[in-house]
Design a protein around this ligand. Structure first.
Ligand code: PMV
Length: 325
């Protein structure tokens, strides 16, 4: 009843932002992402008949109540499936800033899904594991997979057809994502609250979902023929359209800060100077730049020249969730 699993974070190039089913975490449209090494969560779980409640540690400290409740709710799904009533001790560690728009919930729930299934001897396929991880955090569905993956929206009301799968293996393309850390504090609007608010109040929401469906098709085609420029264009337009939808929500959800805006201009300048670099950004202010691996030193130097960027983290295509013990 013990297991340790690791999973990388992932960053979407075609973003997921909107749910067709809130309870099951089913997306209104599919998305495409990069699973990123070395950004990683390691999670150890021990189920025990002696525990009277779930005990959760995050980065060596007792986790906040809300975080523990979210984990417990997720473990309830696993307990129901494996017909176990035991509580668990969960120790989870991120090697990058937590809850700052760097998808720690994606790597976290992917690692937790794998570790808890293994600990309770629940046999799952990769698809079933992705479906399960999705229940913890939508984007976690993608962290189960390696390299470049696509999470299909699916059509079934029970969500069994809404899982991610790898469309390109990690060693098959030398691409990277440089993350500029502009504010490592926790994010102001959790993604679920922001998605629901945008869905209910943004006049741009429906257009955003339609555009995402088109972008996903084009992005998959671009990955198939490794058309980096095309994938980069889609990456930028998807991020801009997502943030346009949140900015048009009432009241607006402005995730960016001044440094994010400076990064947008900087990336356009890099391109004018011959560096193929493309901006993206999630539910936080951190600018993220898609580039070829060979261009990462130039992109890092450029991002570090911005006031407000304290450090950068460079991710390359990594493997899906895996067991350590
Ligand atoms: O998985 P969640 O609920 O944390 O949502 C992720 C939302 C974005 O990061 C903004 C976009 C994405 O596709 O990862």
């Amino acid at each position: 009843m013990h297991a340790i699993a690791k999973a990388h974070s992932n960053v979407a190039l075609v973003k997921y932002f909107g749910k067709r089913d809130l309870a099951l975490n089913l997306p209104a449209a599919g998305s495409l992402s990069l699973t990123l090494s070395p950004l990683e969560t390691t999670t150890q779980i021990d189920f025990s008949p002696e525990l009277e409640e779930d005990i959760v540690q995050l980065n060596d400290k007792p986790a906040a109540k809300g975080f523990t409740l979210r984990i417990s709710k997720f473990l309830d799904l696993i307990r129901t499936q494996s017909k176990t009533e035991f509580f668990a001790s969960v120790k989870t560690q991120n090697n990058f800033p937590t809850s700052a728009g760097l998808a720690s919930s994606a790597s976290g729930f992917a690692a937790l899904a794998l570790a808890s299934c293994h600990a309770l001897k629940l046999e799952t396929t990769t698809e079933q594991l992705s479906v399960l991880a999705r229940r913890g955090s939508g984007s976690a569905a993608r962290s189960i997979c390696s390299g470049i993956s696509v999470w299909q929206a699916g059509e079934k009301p029970d969500g069994t057809d809404s899982f991610a799968s790898t469309i390109l293996n990690p060693n098959d393309w030398d691409i990277a994502l440089v993350i500029g850390i502009s504010n490592p504090g926790p994010k102001k609007w959790g993604s679920t609250v922001a998605m629901e608010h945008t869905k209910k109040t943004s006049p741009y929401y429906d257009s955003w979902i339609k555009a995402t469906q088109m972008d996903l098709k084009e992005a998959i085609a671009a990955v198939e023929i490794k058309d980096f420029e095309k994938l980069g264009d889609i990456t930028e337009r998807s991020a801009h359209a997502m943030h346009a939808a949140t900015l048009a929500a009432r009241p607006a959800i402005p995730y960016w800060n001044g440094t994010t805006m400076d990064a947008i201009h900087l990336v356009a300048e890099l391109r004018q100077n011959g560096v193929q670099a493309y901006f993206t950004c999630d539910a936080g202010p951190q600018p993220k730049v898609l580039c070829k691996t060979a261009d990462t030193p130039k992109v890092v130097t450029a991002l570090m020249s911005l006031n407000g960027i304290s450090k950068t983290i460079t991710g390359s295509l990594g493997h899906g969730a895996r067991l350590i013990l």
